[in-house]
Write a new protein. Structure first.
Length: 328
């Protein structure tokens, strides 16, 4: 049996052209080459134009992205605000001229022109994930606990800028890949997610749905079983069941919503370290689950840079229902 496959390829694309994630993240020609060659190799969907995908908006607000050693993924070197009161003075993102936001828009347009059949998207972070870079994760969580009203106000301000970014992406003729994984459990309790994160998140997602003309996925990592009711409140038509989540329990909790697509993510150890027999067995397990529910996809989390492309190609063969080489 076949199952739709969704690969999450970001920094791994740099490996395909034998460059570092830092080099690819900073050079439009290298970013295009990495995504172009990776698409020719994997023919995956969606094709998300990005490397260090959670850094773009925070960098546009003024954060510094540090160059890592070797082939590590670039990261924010530190927050630009010390307290939630300082952060409340932020002006929502209003300019996409210059910088890496403009760069990824240009590369996405070029990639879509080169591959009109491809589902080309740009990464967009949820308000809480942007706030993590600006305020720092520890200070953000403390603020959410100590002053939830101010924290929610800050997130609403960031939501305005995110919708401006979505408008620019729509004008570029490509789609969006939306992430709010900084809010992943167990960092935030379900109640804290509901009380602080949900309203700003919903405002971005419903606003984006209006701009794009269709709902957008709600991608949050971690053990998200307890967040299902809140995620569905965003109006999404697509959730992921992360590798950390009990996939059987997750799909059971989604029985009342067969209209919503669920992407079941494999554990990274399966496609980074597993044998072909192990990869095939995990694909078969998800296929068996999919037999009892419509709208189930097979997916990966962010594929690490060092992952052997042959493992991903074999995973693709298994998802396509090909029986060749399913045993060692």
């Amino acid at each position: 049996m076949k199952i739709p496959l969704s690969l999450s390829v970001y920094e791994h694309a740099a490996r395909i052209i034998h460059r570092s994630p830092w080099e690819v993240s900073r050079d439009p020609d290298l970013l295009f080459a990495a995504q172009h060659e990776t698409y020719l190799l994997y023919r995956h969907a969606p094709v998300v134009v990005g490397t260090d995908i959670y850094n773009l908006e925070a960098e546009a607000y003024g954060c510094t992205v540090s160059r890592p050693g070797g082939n590590a993924v670039p990261s924010i070197s530190g927050p630009i605000f010390r307290t939630i009161d300082e952060a409340l003075g932020i002006k929502p993102l209003d300019s996409l001229r210059g910088g890496r936001l403009a760069m990824v828009l240009t590369v996405a347009r070029k990639l879509k022109a080169a591959h009109p059949e491809a589902d080309v998207r740009l990464p967009v972070s949820g308000p809480f994930s942007v706030a993590q870079g600006l305020l720092g994760l520890e200070e953000l969580v403390i603020a959410a606990l100590a002053d939830p009203e101010k924290t929610t106000e800050f997130l609403h301000q960031l939501a305005i800028g995110q919708l401006r970014f979505v408008e620019a992406i729509e004008a570029a003729g490509v789609g969006i890949a939306f992430f709010e994984s900084a809010a992943a459990p167990p960092l935030l309790s379900p109640d804290l997610f509901r009380d602080v994160v949900l309203l700003p998140l919903r405002s971005v997602m419903t606003g984006a749905a209006i701009i794009l003309g269709h709902p957008i996925p709600c991608i949050i990592g971690g053990d998200t079983l307890s967040l299902i009711p809140h995620m569905l409140e965003t109006g999404t038509d697509f959730l992921i069941c992360p590798a950390e989540t009990d996939r059987v329990a997750f799909l059971k909790a989604m029985e009342a919503r067969p209209d919503v697509k669920v992407r079941v993510n494999l554990s990274p150890s399966v496609y980074t370290q597993g044998s072909r027999a192990q990869i095939a067995a995990e694909v078969d397990a998800v296929v068996a689950l999919a037999a009892g529910r419509p709208n189930v996809l097979l997916g990966t989390g962010c594929i690490p840079y060092e992952t052997d492309p042959d493992s991903i190609l074999f995973l693709r063969e298994c998802a396509a229902g090909c029986d060749r080489f399913r045993q060692e």
